[in-house]
Write a protein that binds this ligand. Structure first.
Ligand code: 9RB
Ligand code: ZN
Length: 369
């Protein structure tokens, strides 16, 4: 099994400042400056664990190539692209649109490298250089919509890569699974009316964006039925996520039969994440990846390309990400010293109210033609 791995130090230089990602510091309101939750550390620590664990020697290193303006414009408006370029040239940079997604000078070039990194990883999988790939990119992308960034995202990295695969490489059906704990609203919006791109989002119910990702968001027009959303209750642990994989994701992929599966891989559903309230452990991520690989082997020659999204625990993101990449590459587990703590939490078993949500969405899978 040849697994491609893409990372670049520039991703650690994306400057998100000290507004914590929630609101600019404001002493009068008691808001002290705080490192932005979407910071370099959570990605750099994952990269360094991949190196220190020795897994890096089992992976095929892929060098990112920056996305071109033409590639970015397949998803984003010219006005938005120009605004990012203009603000990126300023001494203190700018913001992607919601005041929570800042970038420093040169932020455009880094965001273009992130989007291009995902394109590069997808191309390596499609041309057979690697069997599957993980692009550890930053800034993340799954919240970005055509005319604005949001939720720490500047460009829709995976959406741009999927558009490239279809429009430049002639790929037919593409499935995009988003297991980041927040709704993959941006990716969904790009393909909402497209029956050839299936988007499936597993997320904690109504965390971010507000009022986004309900089970009844199922696509529109020609794309009706080709968006699936599983708004999981807070506290959902490994078995809840695995039941969602078995009941919704795998059956949907079997019916849809994509030519490649893309994954928006955030680790903010982990049991140690500060921005959400799920309980997934490295074992949960390992098993989710295993199930995805099994169905990918069935339907699309194992072709999977993964793009890093959120995940804000500097302690646990490394072990969750390592578990995914060990599974993708068929390597044995290095070990997760945090696992005894988080796997011991009560509530990992499938709960009735979680099963109810998942079973409702499972009923929609039959509408995939
Ligand atoms: C502040 C604020 N104010 N209000 C009203 C809302 C709803 C706010 N939440 N902001 C957030 C909360 C979480 C994220 C996570 C992004 C991610 O990890 N995506 O994968 C982004 C923005
Ligand atoms: Zn997230």
């Amino acid at each position: 099994m040849t697994t491609g791995y893409l990372y670049h130090e520039l991703f650690g230089w994306h400057d998100t400042g000290t507004n914590a990602g929630l609101a600019p510091s404001d002493p009068a309101a008691g808001l002290q400056p705080f490192v932005h939750f979407e910071n370099a550390e959570t990605k750099r620590r994952l990269h360094e664990l991949i190196v220190v664990s020795g897994l890096i020697d089992k992976l095929e290193r892929i060098r990112p190539v920056s996305a071109t303006e033409e590639q970015i414009l397949r998803v984003h408006t010219p006005e938005y692209l120009e605004r990012i370029k203009t603000e990126s040239a300023l001494p203190k940079g700018g913001d992607a649109g919601d005041g929570l997604s800042p970038f420093g000078r040169g932020g455009y070039e880094i965001a273009a490298l992130a989007a291009g990194g995902v394109i590069t990883a997808v191309e390596a999988v499609l041309n057979g250089t690697v069997d599957n790939a993980y692009a550890l990119v930053r800034p993340p992308g799954h919240h970005a919509v055509a005319s604005s960034g949001m939720g720490f995202c500047i460009f829709g990295n995976l959406a741009i890569a999927a558009k490239h695969a279809r429009e430049a490489l002639g790929v037919g059906r593409i499935a995009i699974l988003d297991w980041d704990v927040h709704h993959g609203n941006g990716t969904q919006s790009v393909f909402y009316d497209d029956p050839d791109v299936l988007t499936v989002s597993l997320h904690q119910d109504n965390v971010f964006p507000p009022n986004s990702g309900a089970a009844l968001e199922r696509g529109e027009g020609e794309g009706s039925g080709y968006a699936l959303n599983v708004p999981l209750p807070p506290g959902t642990g490994d078995q809840g996520y695995l039941y969602a994989m078995d009941s919704v994701v795998v059956p949907a992929l079997r019916r849809f039969r994509p030519e490649i599966i893309l994954v928006a891989s955030g680790f903010d559903a982990s049991a140690m994440d500060p921005l959400s309230r799920q309980m997934v452990t490295s074992t949960g991520y390992r098993e989710m990846t295993r199930r995805l690989m099994d169905v990918a082997d069935e339907v699309c020659g194992g072709r999977i390309a993964v793009s890093h999204e959120g995940g804000y625990s500097p302690v646990y993101v490394p072990f969750c990400g390592l578990a995914v990449m060990e599974t993708l590459s068929g390597q044995p587990a290095f070990g997760d010293p945090v696992l005894p703590i988080v796997s011991g939490f009560a509530g990992h078993d499938l709960q009735a109210h979680q099963k109810q949500v998942i079973d409702e969405v499972a009923g929609f899978v039959a509408d995939i033609a």
